[in-house]
Write a protein that binds this ligand. Sequence first.
Ligand SMILES: NC(=O)c1ccc[n+]([C@@H]2O[C@H](COP(=O)([O-])OP(=O)(O)OC[C@H]3O[C@@H](n4cnc5c(N)ncnc54)[C@H](OP(=O)(O)O)[C@@H]3O)[C@@H](O)[C@H]2O)c1
Length: 264
Amino acid sequence: MKISVLGATGAMGGYVIKAALQEGYAIENKVSSKDDIANLFEDTDAIIDFSCPIATESMLRYVIENTKDVPLIIGTTGLSKMHIELMKKCASIVPVFSAPNMSFLIAIINMAVYAMAKLLDEDYDVEILDVHHKLKKDAPSGTARMFGKTVAKARGRKFDEVANFVRYGIIEQRKRGEIGFAVQRCSNVIGSHEVSFMGEFENIKIKHEAHSKEIFAKGAVQAAKWILTQPKGFYTMNDFTKDLMVPMVKSLYKDFFTRRLDSE
Ligand SMILES: NC(=O)c1ccc[n+]([C@@H]2O[C@H](COP(=O)([O-])OP(=O)(O)OC[C@H]3O[C@@H](n4cnc5c(N)ncnc54)[C@H](OP(=O)(O)O)[C@@H]3O)[C@@H](O)[C@H]2O)c1
């Protein structure tokens, strides 16, 4: 497989190149801020993008304007509704995979968050904390927002109506169902996320800590391999993990509930 990388000179771009070479793939084009976006599309099987929103927008517009049939794997975060609309337009031409977090463990945790939000009612206050290095440009992180959207979806709520991103000065009392976000930007933290379900008498906290950006690059390369088997359309991490995870979870809980007491 031949891969093009948008954001090739960046931290993530470097790890993507390393991960792709380890898989035996060729790096066909490396594009960053000084290059023509058209170079991305030369003789390649898939494009992996870890850049910035403005570069992602250029790539998406190029696909739409030139009907370029190259699958896109988009890891860039801080994207707006405008980007989502552009991605949907591209998805009528090519397979488009977008994930604010390409870690497989984060995908598993996202499923756990969904289950918790389904099992626990809104008596449990949900708070989401993300901690990242001081150079990160967007806040809260795309992953924190993804967890918030998962909770809102599980509870049948509209995310924009229950998300609270700002608490400063004299603030209103917490509303039932509110999802609070807190952000820390410090030092060289790769990425840490914590989703808390805070009840009156007990709490549950689900936490993930990334130790290396390599996990995201490896996930993106795996997604590139997978997306080549998919028709045009818009895909997220859920689609990627669904086939693998759903049968696994079903069999896991079958064993859990049928286990006999004397075998424990
Ligand atoms: N989805 C995930 O799992 C995941 C994980 C980690 C990070 N991310 C996201 O990935 C993105 C990149 O992160 P990073 O740490 O690699 O950032 P970075 O080190 O700052 O790299 C940014 C890259 O984007 C390029 N770029 C900037 N402006 C451009 C433009 N106008 N046109 C083309 N290329 C441009 C830069 O090129 P120059 O060197 O020429 O400026 C550089 O190669 C961020 O949005 C980050 O939040 C996502």
